[in-house]
Design a protein around this ligand. Structure first.
Ligand SMILES: N[C@@H](CCC(=O)N[C@@H](CS)C(=O)NCC(=O)O)C(=O)O
Length: 194
């Protein structure tokens, strides 16, 4: 919405207080998950569906390329981002909600993430994930790329992805919408071997 210049109200929830499982959110999204988009009487759960909905419903400042070929790649990367989401969340979930996770489980999740990062290092060679321009696919991938940095990944072996993290992180849209507590607290070291 920042990238498209749309006005919106953002409501952050505290997972530690289980706010995402409270009645207000459960009524909107029976999975009790964020993000959930509410646009008048239209409710869209699932981040990728919300991105597609927004670009379709508000065509000004489109975030999908006009050529069929480029749009096809942007769609592919958009949907492909669910793999990155799953692999990043796989490690974070183990560390965040469990003071003593099984090291073998953590190792396995990190290896899966490392395998995934190889794809994204290749995909970011052009600057953004679907070429040289920011697209809707970057709105999907960018937050997880920034999460890699937040959780300590150095990305030494993934130079294109490392550059991408800096590029998207510097965009005003990402500066404005990254979790505010990330600015006031040090990064974690959970992924510092990646
Ligand atoms: N496929 C969903 C995944 C959403 C998701 O897993 N959200 C996490 C936070 S990033 C969440 O709400 N987790 C709480 C839970 O699943 O109970 C999407 O892309 O929107």
């Amino acid at each position: 919405m920042e990238e498209k210049g749309l006005s919106y109200e953002s409501k952050m929830l505290q997972f530690s207080k289980k706010e995402h499982k409270g009645p207000e959110i459960m009524a909107l999204n029976p999975r009790g998950q964020v993000p959930t988009l509410v646009d008048g009487d239209i409710i869209v759960g699932e981040s990728l569906a919300a991105l597609l909905y927004l670009d379709d419903a508000y065509p000004e400042h489109p975030l999908l390329p006009s050529s069929k070929k480029e749009r096809a790649l942007a769609y592919q990367r958009l949907v492909e981002s669910s793999n990155l989401q799953e692999k990043v969340s796989g490690v974070i979930r183990l560390k965040m909600f469990n003071p003593n996770p099984d090291p073998a489980d953590v190792q396995k999740a990190k290896e899966a993430l490392k395998g995934e990062l190889k794809y994204w290092d290749e995909h970011t060679k052009g600057g953004f994930v679907a070429g040289s321009e920011f697209t809707l696919a970057d709105a999907a991938v960018g937050p997880f790329a920034l999460a890699l940095k937040r959780f300590g990944a150095t990305l030494k072996e993934f130079p294109h992805l490392a550059k991408y993290v800096e590029t998207v992180g510097a965009r005003p849209s990402f500066q404005k919408t990254s979790p505010p507590h990330w600015k006031d607290s040090p990064n974690q070291d959970w992924l510092n071997d990646l």
